[in-house]
Design a protein around this ligand. Sequence first.
Ligand code: ADP
Length: 353
Amino acid sequence: MSDTDDTKEEPAPTPQGAGAPTESVGVADDRAIDLILRPSKWDEYVGQEKLKKNLRVILQAALGRGESCDHLLLFGQAGLGKTTLANLIALELGANLKTTSGPAIEKMGDLAAVLTNLSKGDVLFIDEIHRLNRLIEEVLYPAMESRKLHLIVGKGPGARTVTLDLPAFTLIAATTRPNLISAPLRSRFGATFKLDYYEQPDIEQILKRSAKMLGLTVEDGALKAVAQASRFTPRTANRLLRRMRDYAQVHGKEIIDTDTARKTLEMLEIDELGLEPHDRRILEVLIDKFHGGPVGLSTLAAAFNEDKGTIEDVYEPYLMSIGLIVRTPTGRRATEKAYEHLGRLDGNQSKLL
Ligand code: ADP
């Protein structure tokens, strides 16, 4: 495993440049592109340096002892690279990766099926682990701690518990909402890693690789504009790159230049900070309805006509990370920068009410 990036070692790109047919925009498309662009070597996994360094120690120690690695919990916003990391960890351990998710494990039997299908040394990746229900969690604890699966067989007075031994395995769990993970579950992980938003140069590097893989020529200015509007999230950056490709193709452009980038972002109503209409709307509600706050989450959610969890999980983290809103003990508050971004400061930098 190495932290150096070497895009020169890319597999031969499949040309799908500006001349390729337009594909429909959608989630399935984004999944497909995720798979195509997903780094398959550590060298290609850009950024998150501290995390990679700490992870390396754990992986090397486990490999050195010839034992399976501790269970690992990854948390961070969607698209920051948790699934990719799980793939790379399995690769590093020379293990098979089996993947499932919290919502896919509805019943005890679902979890039993997943666990009994594991072979020695396998890595089990459970995405969205916060969506496991508590009863299932209870079954997972002994499986994680002592590789025992306690199953209840039969019903009523005749029901009995059967205990199965499981092979040594490593659980990698991912979540966007660590605060929804119960303390007992959290305590069963040997290490927890937080994925941060990326730095602008990291995103540019990711975009360069993606452009190369997609056979696209992208001007530096375009690359910078997209990186800046990417919410510093690789998946979003890659998605924007595709939208630019569509725009370039429809407008008969051979290369993606700065003008194409700007027009694509305009078309998508994404501003230079990467804010989309709903992000700006949150700021507007906060400023216009509540004089900039502080305002409690429930009140904000009601005013915005949105679920509290969505505000907390999807919108707020980025707005907070770029300093447009802050959380205070009395609620959310729009910062000076938010007023400025929405053009609500007058010439004397006073708030326009
Ligand atoms: P998550 O599981 O956190 O939602 P993924 O691991 O699925 O995110 O990442 C989404 C996509 O973003 C990947 O397919 C890959 O193309 C890109 N990506 C994520 N992290 C990185 C990274 N560190 N370096 C390069 N590309 C990345």
